[in-house]
Design a protein around this ligand. Sequence first.
Ligand code: PNW
Length: 483
Amino acid sequence: MTADPTTAPHFPPGFLWGTATAAYQIEGAVREDGRTPSIWDTFSHTPGKVDGGDTGDIAVDHYHRRSQDVALMKELGLGAYRFSVAWPRVQPTGRGPAVQRGLDFYRRLVDELLDAGITPMATLYHWDLPQELEAAGGWPERETAHRFAEFAQLVGEALGDRVNLWATLNEPWCSAFLGYGSGVHAPGRTDPVAALRAAHHLNLAHGLGTQALRGVLPSRAEIAVSLNAAVVRPLTDSDADADARRRIDALATRVFSDPMLHGKYPADLLADTASVTDWSFVHAADLEVIRQPLDALGINYYTPSVVSAAAGGQAVREDGHNASEHSPWIGVDDVNFHRAPGDPTAMGWPVDPTGLYDLLMRFSREAPGLPLLVTENGAAYEDVPDADGVVHDPERIAYLHAHLDATRQAITDGADVRGYFLWSFMDNFEWAYGYAKRFGIVRVDYDTQTRTPKSSAHWYSRVARTNRLPEPETEATAAGPAG
Ligand code: PNW
């Protein structure tokens, strides 16, 4: 019997089934083995910045529970794991030689993953800039990009013999525009020019970091970047709303993807932001550095945005995303953000799996031949554990099923998607929301640090082991503990 390719439930052979985390969100142990504060330590310890006054001081204590966490991944049959390397563990001042104890943690982590048959993917920058580099100006300063390249080389030298899959940056949009524009992320600055300068220097860091990695990694190594490329939909089919969509798309996605993939900044972006800056911080030679041949493009997707043109007055932000008096949308004060259709998750983010399909198809057309990875996708829900501490989370399973089905459909329609990393392996420090939002497929009891797989973990385990989505009617049984 020949499978109908439009409905074939299997994923391509060798598809990577992974989960993802980030150092500051899980490790804790912020003062151990020579680690110094990052901008997130400083920010989370600043009153009023994080819900509940939560910090990553202890997080989910992964620094001490690493082996147990890897063992649980193995038990669940997960094939890949995307983690990030804490810059202030490796280079506490952001400069100079590497701290061996810092590197050792990641070497052991990778060794344990490989022993468990799990493919490691290392992300070099998931937002924890050493505080000393922020004191020297942070991402708005060009020097930070050079410091990043040096850090990339140190980590490449230490892990290159055992890690084949790399990402330079995670979601530079958040670093630049939430960190320096709206101020809802560290370092909490609200300066439009600084935000655009940061965006450029993050692009430059990606280019210089990729060059540095190529210099020390074996040729088999694959280098990617993870972008939270936005799905922006116009409210109506009016020309004005199409223009609002274009402007937000430029500031959300093309500001990174155009230089990285095509070696240029979008002309419309430069024009739209001309009243903010003349972009003279971009040197002509930078664009060739930023455009480095990549082995894969990482896409992080959660929810779409719906925008319309504001008719001359105050723009409306009814999507509740990153409420701040300061907009992350530099140079755009006349675009409304509407609540998108679809049931909201606990983040208030509407569920729309076609957005993931659209993004994968967009980049498979825009960058033919460049493999794609879904480097983050997942959902927070109001998990309620039963008497035994087990969370039954059919909503999360439905979210994952729908987004994996969208991924499968994109593959059927020609997108070269090589893997999927679910956000997140376990509950963790959700940035400005602290521990109030839970994205894990493994529950963490924050009092005892006990890990308990949720129903979604058993469901995802089945998907990973079988390389296919279950039929909807078998979903209930698939979600029970294996065996
Ligand atoms: C991403 N936004 O963060 C990060 O890569 C993860 O570390 C994080 O835990 C996850 O998604 C869930 O939030 C984002 O406001 C934070 O558009 C904010 C936004 C997007 C992604």
